[in-house]
Ligand binder design. Sequence first.
Ligand code: NAD
Length: 259
Amino acid sequence: MSESNKVAIITGDARGIGKGIARVFVKNGINVVMAGKDLKKLENTIKDIKLSDVEVYPVKADVAVPANVESLFDKTIEKFGKVDILVNNAGTAEPSGGKMADPITDFDHKVMDEGVNVNYKSVFYCSQRAAKEMKAKKKGVILNIASVDGLVSTPGTVYGPMKAAVIHFTKVLSRELATVPIRVNCICPGLVLKDTPDRLTDHEKDLLKFIPMHRALEPEDIGNLAYFLASDETKWITGSVVTVDEGITADGGWFAFGL
Ligand SMILES: NC(=O)c1ccc[n+]([C@@H]2O[C@H](COP(=O)([O-])OP(=O)(O)OC[C@H]3O[C@@H](n4cnc5c(N)ncnc54)[C@H](O)[C@@H]3O)[C@@H](O)[C@H]2O)c1
């Protein structure tokens, strides 16, 4: 299965899951536009994952800002002439200045706005522009990275609900764009290892014993599924929500752990 000559935009991909997806795409011949807030970090990531026969192109963009999204797509079209795949990966459970698990009575509005902007609005803005480009080519794939927290209730009244919104957005948009065809699917990861030396916080390490497979995922595990769903091998899959979650949701979700 070769997807060479395709062009993918991956948002928020200087590290973590985005970097893992980029690594798998590049290995399989897909040219990647890496969109993130810090150009230097993107350039360092590219040194890590670049292979000689594909292009990896960094674009500085805060994808929660519509003007940045326009410029990201303009630069991509200028360089490659098309966008075959959009991966809406940028998102965070911990926006600056506060925690997403704070009780609603303490929840800071600035943190709420940031959580809504990056976890939901960025997905809308990027998908909107991608749909325009893909409609012109009569083909495309949009992949949204949500979370198991969008499927089961975990503490925090913004992150999980925004991920649930992304899941529902996937279904609604997949119907709207089905006849083009532009396929729209969603991946819900469980617990994924970070790029930091520790890889898991102490709290996350404690959770491992409750996870049915007793392990956390490598970012490339999400990359492999993203590659499959982006490939022509899955040309009839649209509107799907696929978990890669070490059995977390099969076991009743985090809620079963008393979270
Ligand atoms: N790590 C997990 O265990 C896990 C589990 C389920 C879902 N997810 C989801 O997967 C996605 C990636 O998570 P991660 O753990 O790799 O996160 P991360 O924080 O390690 O990396 C996210 C990247 O996105 C960038 N980013 C954040 N806001 C941005 C914006 N507005 N514009 C452009 N770039 C932006 C950050 O700078 C960072 O490079 C997120 O949507 C997250 O909610 C993560």
